[in-house]
Ligand binder design. Structure first.
Ligand SMILES: NC(=O)c1ccc[n+]([C@@H]2O[C@H](COP(=O)([O-])OP(=O)(O)OC[C@H]3O[C@@H](n4cnc5c(N)ncnc54)[C@H](O)[C@@H]3O)[C@@H](O)[C@H]2O)c1
Length: 259
């Protein structure tokens, strides 16, 4: 086994992780980092072939990995993903609720019912459904780490998306706080991360080069965030090093939003 793949004794050795929306972008970076550091990973995405590719990449690091395609906004899909993970790996130690969709910036009064429902269902209800399905397992085993991906939009206002996106990401923060309080007696930590502008396929699809350049100039650290920046934070919150952190929201934005 090469040095790159011989890492089974890492920070997450013996841990089982589910990462949602992990077919590309930040979710993929998180799944691969956890795999590199010893976790067994279940790679979820609504895009089945993308999840499969990332699970294959994780196996290149010597990790046990499965692809568990499904829509986070569907209770049936979420149940199936959790059941498949338990049946393959026997437990769930880490849940990273990363899947999310953006929306075009448009005046609130032009947002249709369908657009509202779609964004809220994926970005907020998806986080609820996964926590509802996973928490009983974590509570029973008296340990677990949940990291929910919100956004600077949830702390303030979205730069590139509409009011429904801002509302969905603010909802994730409240949901995470509440879950943290309920889960704490069971030694389960629930935290949220609030990324600013991170260079992912979502950003490149949503914003023009000019807008990205302008946004970059406004970031005090002078650059966009990378998928790895975000993955490092999520991995820290998923690790034992963060065992006294719960109910927190950690900003990761290069100083773009200093509260
Ligand atoms: N990129 C940014 O600047 C930024 C900033 C703040 C927050 N976020 C949030 O971070 C998360 C990841 O963003 P990204 O930029 O990597 O996005 P991305 O679009 O590059 O990747 C998101 C992944 O989620 C998957 N997905 C979408 N809907 C899904 C569903 N219903 N069920 C399962 N999977 C689904 C997509 O197929 C895709 O693979 C999202 O929640 C996003 O809202 C991103």
């Amino acid at each position: 086994m090469s040095e790159a793949t011989d890492c089974r004794g890492g920070r997450f050795a013996g841990k089982v992780a589910i990462a949602t929306g992990a077919g590309r972008g930040m979710g993929r970076a998180v799944a691969l980092l956890l795999a590199k550091e010893g976790a067994k990973v279940a790679v979820n995405d609504i895009n089945g072939p993308a999840a499969k590719t990332v699970a294959e990449e994780a196996r290149q690091y010597g990790a046990e990995a499965i692809d568990v395609p499904g829509d986070v906004s569907s209770a049936d899909d979420v149940s199936r993903v959790v059941e498949e993970t338990i049946s393959r790996f026997g437990r769930i130690d880490i849940l990273v609720n990363n899947a999310g969709i953006s929306s075009t910036t448009r005046p609130l009064e032009t947002i249709t019912d369908d657009e509202w429902s779609k964004v809220i269902d994926v970005n907020l209800k998806g986080v609820f459904l996964f926590m509802r399905a996973v928490l009983p397992h974590m509570k029973k085993q008296k340990s677990g780490k949940i990291v929910n991906v919100s956004s600077s939009a949830g702390r303030s206002v979205s730069t590139f998306c509409g009011a429904h996106y801002t509302a969905s990401k603010a909802g994730v923060l409240g949901l995470s706080r509440h879950a943290a309080l309920e889960a704490a007696p069971f030694n389960v930590n629930v935290n949220a991360v609030a990324p600013g502008t991170i260079d992912t396929p979502m950003l490149r699809e949503d914003a023009s080069e000019e807008l990205i350049a302008e946004e970059t100039r406004n970031i005090p650290l002078g650059r966009l965030g990378t998928e790895e920046d975000e993955a490092n934070l999520v991995a820290f919150l998923a690790s034992d090093e963060a065992s006294f952190i719960t109910g927190a929201t950690i900003d990761i934005n290069g100083g773009d939003l200093i509260l």
